[in-house]
Design a protein around this ligand. Structure first.
Ligand code: NAD
Length: 484
């Protein structure tokens, strides 16, 4: 596999919005010549993708870090490469089984006919991905699309230009434009991309832009998988073991400096416990990051606009009466210069504060007083349905209540964020946090057409239901009505 140098020039140029249509046409023509690639062909593409991405691991680590200002090397290794390694291995192991024609049962009156489901490639899948885990969120849907036998076009985020250029170079070096194409450019390119008549479109990003993408896709009746965001709550029960809760919670909150779609957004817990809990959370953060400025383990906020947005959330909360406590003792100017935000606890919150209304997407952690599970569930129910919900506790009755009565894309019990890397679980949101799901078999099914096929037998009873209708027709109908 060829190792691509990140400093090598962008292969080609930024895409022009109007040029994408011809790429889609050539991908579709090519697909029509080979509409059902066999497993050998699919495996070879998945393996080539895996090998080409991993051959450029160092280059990706460097490019992503440069785009962020600084991204901890280990975070890229864990949250991009380790996660992808699981996705590749899972797909290579299981796709042959998922591809198989499935025999399903046939209701008695239609015997001896049989029914099958044939999973069929859809054609060309479009993938729009965000900046926060730029490699994982571009490549994971791509694995599903290739496993399902499709061609694919990608549009990574304009916030990570070095990464996007490198991805384009790596892909175009190993794949023809008819197999996989990476479009680069700004929002104009992304917007034109979302208007293309793909056979399926996967969008990962904000709920705000997701709405626009869904509207653009609806014009073509292109089916969409929307992987969006939201405010993922944490409910801490009295029965929870705090020595387990705190490191797991702080780790999930500070990974990628909180710029994670499934990061814990806010905590619900009894008022009397908040102060001791806040102290323990801050202490844990300081243990994991003895300093935030200049610490290679801690990631910067992606851009000045996002840094200013986080400062604005804090200022707004403080002006409306919140208490703000910051971990560590770093020099504020140094932090600002490096766009780093230490873990910041926000208490005495009210629903009027912006921090309680918008997805935070940074290392700010509001804690909301809630005395009972009932109260916490009512609070969550009154908000938009989130991407994830985290419950910490040992009381199994309460756990069941949480699982059965709350809505969220996914859940972790006594953990946060790790449900995302379970390749056997569907990953997706519900309502404003998304629609559809992917990862593993769920991605294969989202990017396939599950074609239902009825195989009639020579000995069908069906002709008794044909005209001219007679007494026999009525006898057959009443028999069938008894059986069905
Ligand atoms: P974003 O919505 O601003 O951008 C996402 C992508 O959409 C980018 O590639 C961008 O180029 C493109 N885009 C921008 N305007 C567009 C338009 N008008 N039409 C079509 N495409 C357009 O999101 P972001 O800031 O890159 O990412 C952060 C958001 O993504 C957060 O809300 C986060 O929760 C969410 N997210 C969700 C998941 C998930 O798997 N559910 C994963 C990561 C991030």
């Amino acid at each position: 596999m060829v190792r691509i140098d990140p400093s090598s020039k962008l292969n080609g140029k930024f895409d022009k919005p109007g040029e994408l249509e011809s790429i889609l046409s050539s991908q579709r023509n090519d697909f029509n010549h080979d509409p059902y690639p066999d497993w050998t062909a699919r495996r070879s593409k998945i393996e080539k993708l895996r090998d080409s991405v991993f051959a450029s691991e160092d280059a990706f680590i460097k490019a992503i870090s440069e785009d962020f200002g600084h991204r901890a090397v280990e975070e890229t290794m864990i949250a991009e490469f380790l996660v992808l390694k699981g996705g590749f291995s899972h797909a290579l192991k299981h796709t042959p089984k998922w591809m198989k024609t499935r025999r399903v049962s046939t209701a008695l009156p239609y015997w001896p006919a049989k029914n099958t489901i044939v999973p069929q490639p859809l054609g060309v899948v479009g993938i729009i991905s965000p900046w926060n885990y730029p490699l994982q969120l571009a490549v994971m849907p791509l694995i599903g699309a290739l496993g399902a036998g499709n061609r694919a076009m990608l549009k990574p985020s304009e916030y990570t230009p070095k990464f996007s250029a490198l991805l384009k170079n790596v892909i175009s070096h190993h794949f023809s434009d008819e197999e996989i194409y990476v479009a680069t450019g700004g929002v104009d390119v992304a917007s034109a991309f979302s208007e293309l008549p793909f056979d399926h479109l996967v969008f990962t990003g904000s709920t705000r832009v997701g709405r626009k993408v869904a509207q653009a896709a609806a014009k073509n009746l292109t089916p969409v998988t929307l992987e969006l965001g939201g405010k993922s709550p944490v409910i801490i029960d009295k029965s929870a073991k705090l020595d387990l809760v705190i490191p797991r919670l702080v780790n999930a909150k500070l990974l990628n400096a909180g710029q994670t779609c499934v990061a814990p957004d806010y905590v619900l817990m009894p008022q009397n416990d908040i102060e001791a809990f806040s102290r323990a959370v801050l202490k844990q953060a300081e243990k994991m990051y003895p300093r935030f400025a200049g610490n290679d383990d801690f990631t910067s906020i992606i851009a000045d606009s996002h840094y200013a947005r986080l400062q604005d959330l804090l200022e707004d909360a403080e002006n409306k009466g919140a208490k703000i406590t910051v971990a560590g003792n770093d020099n504020k100017q140094q932090l600002a210069k490096e766009r780093r935000v230490p873990l910041t606890i926000v208490t005495n919150t009210t629903p009027e504060m912006k921090i309680m209304q918008e997805e935070i997407f940074g290392p700010l952690l509001p804690i909301v007083a809630s005395e009972t599970l009932k109260e916490s569930l009512q609070y969550v129910q009154a908000q938009e349905r989130p991407l994830a919900l985290y419950w910490f506790g040992e009381d199994s009755e309460k756990k069941d209540k949480v699982l059965k009565t709350s809505h969220s894309g996914g859940v972790c019990i006594n953990e946060a964020a790790w449900h995302v890397v379970q390749d056997d679980l569907p990953f997706g949101g519900v309502g404003p946090s998304g629609m559809g799901a992917y990862h593993g078999e769920y991605g294969f099914e989202s990017f396939s057409h599950l074609k239902g096929v009825f195989h009639q037998s020579r000995f069908s009873q069906g002709k008794t239901l044909h005209p001219p209708y007679t007494v026999k027709t009525h006898k057959m109908m009443s028999l069938m009505r008894k059986i069905l």
